[in-house]
Design a binder for this molecule. Structure first.
Ligand code: EPU
Length: 453
């Protein structure tokens, strides 16, 4: 889908034809694919462009639906956005910012959690912001209490009494504050950064998240003129500045997509070179990949992942905030673990409800038992709270093709991997959900030799 995409609001590009994928599994995936910038960074960097009355240029941008949704949200606010999807370059001119029509924002935002991050930049530019009810994957409650508390501490008035969403105002601007996050939330850390960079005075954020995508956002903000330091104890200090300028930046690679293809190589006994994958952000994943018995080779321009033949080994893992094992790596890897010889244990500590995707895997032949207990070295926030957040996977079990409904982005890609590893045909419904975060995955699957229709 090459070319410039300058105009037009794309609320949905889904139709019945592109929403079902027929997969004939049982063939190893092998070949080379390219992964571009991280979905969970690019969308935030696009919001950061709102902070400066000038032009920002972001490179290595993936052609995914979340990028189009954020582009359209920016356009609703009068911002000029030009996406050259063939080159992966997005140019954002935020010289002019308007208040958007509430109903339009609501319609668009249905599929995304990004609108909450517009709060700080819009308050700085316009003195007010409107946040509609948020979308995103149904993998837990996903509250926004930390975000709203952060905004209040920085001096904003948060009005939740409106039926159509949350209104945030700060006629006298935002000011620096001391903020502590009860949990190192990625979104709330980004909220603080985007709101505090132009606030009056210093902000100290303790208990912050330090994911590589956040570090890259800090790099963008520093290029724009911000003063931000990160301490070893997860404290981020921001000295507010009076104004910021546009930036030029190349996005870090999507380590979730890279790990998804690595898991696909393992589950299908294949061999995939993921061009663009980088080692530092994937170290924790690579350790686990090696313990399971997967082979990898780090090259200058990417990482090759392959199944060396023979049995895979079971592992015990716990998901965690960075530098721990990412929650978003868990789902695709679980599919590979159904093929490991023995009992694997996965303790999910970031989201309370991220194992729903295992039910279709069980229907395909996997043996996976869910537990409410914390099956890990330490009890997590979900202890004694009735959430099935630990999984025991017994393998190897042959998988057979099924009819599958995609539940959420990562769960959906995992189902796709399972269908590719399974013998016989599968029909995967709701496949367009995967377009939110995996650019041209149909083309990439074909390039790897998958039989899909
Ligand atoms: N939380 C609260 N209150 C808040 C915010 C978060 O209780 O105000 C809790 C959440 O319910 C969750 C935990 O804190 O249990 C972590 O949530 P976090 O805020 O870190 O997640 P997020 O910012 O909403 C981003 C990614 C997710 C990724 C997580 C963790 C984006 C758009 N999303 O979500 O990515 O799993 O960080 O790394 O950046 C995905 O890409 O499929 C995806 C879900």
């Amino acid at each position: 889908m090459p070319g410039n995409r300058e105009q037009g609001t794309i609320v949905s590009d889904v139709n019945a034809d592109n929403d079902v994928l027929r997969v004939v599994g049982g063939k190893p995936l092998s070949g080379q694919i390219k992964v571009r910038g991280a979905k969970n960074f690019v969308s935030k960097a696009m919001v950061a462009a709102l902070l400066a009355p000038g032009t920002s240029v972001l490179k290595n941008v993936p052609e995914i639906r979340d990028v189009r949704v954020v582009s359209d949200l920016l356009r609703l606010h009068g911002v000029n956005v030009n996406f050259d999807d063939a080159k992966g370059i997005i140019t954002i001119d935020a010289s002019h910012v308007d208040l958007a029509d509430v109903a339009d924002v609501d319609t668009l935002a249905g599929s995304s959690r990004i609108p909450i991050l517009f709060s700080g930049p819009l308050v700085h530019r316009l003195g007010e912001a409107f946040i509609p009810s948020l979308g995103g994957c149904r993998i837990g409650d996903r509250p926004i209490d930390f975000h709203l508390e952060t905004l209040r501490r920085l001096g904003a008035t948060v009005d939740k009494e409106h039926a159509d969403g949350i209104h945030i105002t700060a006629p006298n601007g935002l000011h620096g504050a001391k903020i502590h996050l009860p949990y190192p939330s990625v979104g709330a850390t980004e909220q603080t950064l985007l709101a505090a960079v132009l606030a009056d005075g210093k902000t100290e954020l303790s208990g912050a998240a330090i994911e590589p995508e956040i570090m890259d956002l800090i790099c963008v903000l520093q290029k724009m003129g911000a003063i931000i330091s990160v301490d070893v104890d997860r404290t981020i200090r921001i000295e507010g500045v009076e104004k910021l300028k546009g930036y030029e930046h190349t996005a870090l690679t999507d380590r979730i997509e890279a790990a998804s293809w690595a898991s696909a190589a393992l589950a299908t006994r294949g061999d995939i070179f993921v061009k663009g994958a980088t080692q530092p952000e994937m170290m924790t994943f690579l350790n686990v990949f090696r313990k399971i018995g997967g082979e990898f080779e780090v090259r200058d321009d990417g990482i090759r992942f392959w199944h060396p033949g023979g049995d895979l080994k079971p592992v015990a893992i716990e998901t965690d905030v960075h530098p721990g094992f990412m929650t978003d790596w868990q789902q695709p890897l679980v599919v590979a673990l159904t093929q490991a010889n023995g009992l694997s244990i996965v303790h999910e500590t970031v989201y309370e409800n991220r194992f729903g995707f295992t039910k279709p895997l069980v229907q395909m032949g996997a043996t996976i038992q869910l537990y409410r207990e914390c099956l890990g070295s330490l009890p997590c926030r979900f202890q004694q709270r009735n959430f099935e957040h630990s999984a025991v996977i017994f393998g190897p079990t042959p998988l057979t093709g099924q009819d599958i409904d995609v539940p959420d982005l990562r769960g959906g890609f995992s189902h796709l991997i399972a269908a590719l590893a399974a013998s016989g045909p599968s029909t995967v419904h709701g496949i367009s959900l995967i377009d939110r975060g995996y650019a041209d995955f149909r083309g990439k699957l074909r390039a790897l030799g998958a039989e899909i229709e």
